[in-house]
Design a protein around this ligand. Structure first.
Ligand SMILES: Nc1nc2c(ncn2[C@@H]2O[C@H](COP(=O)(O)OP(=O)(O)OP(=O)(O)O)[C@@H](O)[C@H]2O)c(=O)[nH]1
Ligand SMILES: [Mg+2]
Length: 423
């Protein structure tokens, strides 16, 4: 992203209807705006007990908003909620500004940030689904049928079809086209995952609120146990990661696992994006262990953990064992690394913390491992190489009858080596 790009000045506005977390969600809205190359000039809040059906804010507040916009010379307003299409239209009419609701803003961030083909398709799909009910039906939108204007070039208008109907049809066609393409991608992803499952390498997934430090932790693990060249992007910004990256970690004892870094969650996730998340998080859904990363230095962390939990449920991630990492402890007074059952207080940039994290992960992922003594005749040399590759060989000795090994291996694998096991 071009850091030099000019920032768009905006005013953020919210309606507080007895919401205990209102200040938090307004602060988050401002961060979302910042993440979308905007600069928040002013924030406007109305405390009320209902939303106005026509203009969302009450009449007085709308006037106040229009005055502030004129005084500040700002032309864009971001609203902390999903508005109905007519509320957006009415507000635009009365304020003469461009109105973007929270959903629209998050969709814009995703659209600007998506990199892979799949992520781009997912975001386009979400945007089209958001646009569909927001198409204008007013008479002014009905263009002369002979001009064929605005038809997108690849479809022609049927007899008696209005511009509105045409736009609708173009969007619907595009939606089914994208859905089809996504299905194909999903199929090949599933094949890849099946292959990984067949390789029996356990997988873990980093999940949690946006900006908690998932990618930073991924990179620290890669630096020590993976491919240094395969680092992922870290940024102090909401939604730095949008695509899932899967990497391999190999520990000194030969045990290996696959780790995936995923998109972060945010409160009030637009429902149009839920399926985009579902597909991005398919890696998490099939993981053996979820590593929830929490920003321990944030006073709203409980809310973030609740959001993580409800988002995982919403996108249909099944009950998978989870450990919780209280990250960024260096910004708190807490002692770290500090382990408490399945929780760990740590800091991503602290070596001892990473050691403790690896220990916690290994305990959970490799818990069904057993240690066995094996005697492999020299004639079965390939078994020794297989064990060296796939199991943790703790000791090797050569005796007259063959190779004697002490190995640690998954209980599920024991059967395959039954004939060599000595007891
Ligand atoms: N002080 C401190 N900062 C951290 C720590 N871990 C991560 N950060 C910072 O927090 C910011 C966000 O880190 P990321 O790793 O990008 O967070 P993420 O969870 O991947 O965020 P998304 O990709 O947006 O979901 C960056 O500026 C990191 O340098 C930590 O333990 N201590
Ligand atoms: Mg990230």
């Amino acid at each position: 992203m071009n850091e030099e790009q000019a920032l768009t000045p905006v005013i953020t506005a919210g309606l507080n209807i007895k919401d205990d977390h209102f200040d938090y969600s307004m602060a988050e809205l401002n961060n979302l705006a910042t993440a979308n190359q905007m600069t928040v000039v002013e924030s406007l809040v109305q405390k009320t007990d209902h939303r106005d059906a026509a203009t969302y804010f009450g009449k007085g507040k709308v006037e106040e908003l229009a005055t502030i916009l004129a005084d500040d010379g700002v032309e864009t307003v971001i609203i902390n909620d999903e508005l109905s299409p007519s509320q957006i239209r009415n507000l635009e009419k009365r304020t003469k500004a461009k109105i973007i609701d929270r959903t629209g803003l998050i969709l814009e961030i995703f659209a600007n940030r998506a990199r892979t083909h799949e992520a781009r398709l997912q975001v386009e799909l979400a945007k089209l689904q958001y646009q569909l009910p927001r198409l204008h039906t007013s008479a002014s939108q009905r263009l002369d049928q002979q001009t064929g204007a605005g038809g997108g070039g690849f479809t022609s208008r049927g007899a008696g079809e209005s511009q509105y109907e045409l736009n609708r049809r173009v969007i619907q066609n595009r939606i089914s086209h994208i859905k089809h393409e996504l299905k194909q991608i999903k199929k090949s992803d599933q094949t890849q995952r099946k292959q990984r499952d067949a390789n029996q390498i356990p997988t873990i997934a980093l999940v949690g609120y946006t900006n908690a430090g998932k990618s930073t932790i991924m990179n620290q693990l890669l630096a020590r146990f993976g491919d240094q060249d395969k680092q992922v992007m870290v940024k102090n910004m909401l939604f730095a990661t949008l695509d899932t990256s899967v990497r391999r970690l190999v520990f000194k004892d030969h045990k290996q696992l696959l780790i995936s870094d995923t998109v972060g969650f945010v409160s009030k996730l637009p429902h149009q994006l839920v399926s985009a998340f579902r597909s991005t998080l398919a890696e998490a859904a099939s993981a053996d262990l979820l590593v929830q990363v929490v920003d321990f230095s944030d006073s709203d962390r409980q809310l973030m953990m609740d959001t993580t939990q409800s988002t995982l449920e919403e996108i249909g991630v099944p009950e998978i064992p989870m450990v919780t990492i209280m990250n960024k402890a260096d910004l708190t007074d807490s002692r770290y690394p500090f382990r408490e059952g399945q929780n760990l207080i740590m800091a991503a940039n602290d070596e001892k913390s990473i050691d403790a994290l690896v220990e916690l992960i290994k305990e959970n992922v490799f818990k069904n491992y057993v240690t066995k003594e094996l005697l492999v005749p020299f004639s079965d040399g390939q078994v020794v190489s297989e064990l060296n590759e796939r199991a943790t060989v703790l000791n090797t000795a050569y005796v007259d009858a063959g190779t004697q090994l002490t190995v640690e291996l998954p209980a599920s694998e024991v059967g395959r080596f039954e004939t060599y096991i000595q007891d």
